[in-house]
Write a protein that binds this ligand. Structure first.
Ligand code: SAM
Length: 367
């Protein structure tokens, strides 16, 4: 009998080594959890580092110059990421999102994107691969990303006012550094680009209309996201959340809008369009209209821990499987076992008690 060595999981966030069922059966491209939700999306964090210090995500008080980011040796290699992605696709995942931290800080990311060609769904379709970025590195990366096969892009931008934006990213990045990134992405052929704005009451809610005015007629889709209680370091309070209904009311006060049918069941953003044909917007009401019952997403951290909820306090150490010399069949069975046992629905259960849980930081788990 060969002896398997399982590396000890990094103690940063609790993550047990997955159980490997004795009986294994090949993936059939359809996996449901305990609440009947299928596995459809995988978000992959490629780095826990970011060049922004957004006050609501990576506040300087925690992520300061002495913060210990993951060492290079802890990161999954591109080959390891591609192997995990292949297993998830075999289990029915059709959509992959690269994120972070700031994913464009990961060296040679275009090489990972190029590996997408190795991935085909069980009915032989290509997978949908997309990336979320703060946009600042797009001027030098957009073309390479496009050449490598990336087709869709989401850029985050929380304000169009210079002072508000600089205060929010807290490292003095100018609005123009993101707008240049969006322009470079357009030039490289990305269209439409989704632009995500996290709305924090009293911080940038007065930017809703200026942002709407800016992106109307641009062909890009501006999406307003309710501020969430992710992680344990952003000092979230329910009072800081501007409900999606109020966001839509503000937009409608200046620009008449009408609802648009979802692209697919379970789409997180509620879609709206300007009645004058000047574009589409979306709202993501993750706090006031929780959508756990449609949540088909799993998340893979930079060091290979799997989380089945954005608000998880514990994960599953897939890197231990990868580096522990297990076969694909065993890893497939372990992942199936994790998803089939999933019953997370944090946003539906959110209360004053859950807010204080030691949830995994978004910069680590992947946004
Ligand atoms: N650095 C990339 C970016 O800026 O898009 C990717 C990672 S970032 C964590 C992903 C997204 O999560 C961003 O749009 C960010 O604004 C959003 N985000 C971070 N913390 C959030 C929070 N507490 N509530 C809502 N959205 C949040």
């Amino acid at each position: 009998m060969t002896e398997r060595v399982i590396p000890i999981a990094e103690a940063r966030y609790r993550a047990g080594v997955p159980h490997i069922p004795e009986e294994t059966s090949p993936p059939v491209g359809l996996l449901s959890d305990r609440l009947g939700r299928r596995l459809h999306d995988l978000r992959i964090s490629v780095t826990d580092r970011c060049n922004f210090r957004c006050t609501y995500c990576m506040p300087k008080s925690i992520f300061g110059s002495d913060y210990a980011f993951l060492p290079q040796s802890s990161l999954l290699s591109f080959e390891e990421i591609a192997r995990i992605a292949r297993i998830f696709v075999a289990h029915g995942v059709e959509k992959l999102r690269l994120t972070g931290g700031e994913p464009l800080l990961r060296k040679d990311l275009d090489v990972l994107i190029g590996m997408r060609t190795q991935l085909r769904t069980p009915d032989d379709q290509p997978v949908d691969l997309t990336l979320t970025t703060n946009g600042t590195l797009l001027p030098r990366m957009a073309h390479r990303l496009r050449q490598a096969g990336l087709t869709r892009l989401t850029v985050s931008l929380d304000a169009i006012d210079e002072q508000v934006f600089r205060q929010m990213n807290d490292v003095d990045f100018a609005v123009s550094s993101v707008l240049s990134g969006i322009a470079a992405a357009e030039q490289a052929g990305f269209s439409p680009i989704k632009v995500n704005m996290v709305v924090q009451k009293g911080v940038n809610d007065h930017q809703i209309l200026p942002m709407a005015r800016h992106f109307r007629h641009s062909g890009h889709i501006l999406r307003f996201i309710e501020f969430m209680d992710v992680g344990a370091s952003n000092g979230w309070r329910l009072d800081d959340v501007l409900p999606a209904r109020d966001i839509l009311e503000r937009i409608a006060s200046e620009f008449p809008i009408e609802p648009v049918e979802p692209n697919y069941t379970g789409e997180v953003a509620e879609r709206w369009r300007y009645c004058d044909g000047s574009g589409e917007i979306g709202v993501i009401a993750s706090v006031t209209q929780a959508f756990c019952r449609d949540c088909t997403r799993a998340r893979l951290s930079t060091e290979g821990k799997l989380f089945t909820c954005l608000f998880a306090t514990e994960g599953h150490d897939l890197k231990a499987l990868l580096r522990g010399d297990f076969s694909d069949t065993q890893a497939e069975a372990a992942i199936a076992h994790i998803w089939q046992g999933r019953s997370d629905r944090y946003s539906e259960l959110r209360s004053s008690e859950t807010v204080g849980l030691r949830k995994i930081e978004m910069s680590y788990i992947g946004g």
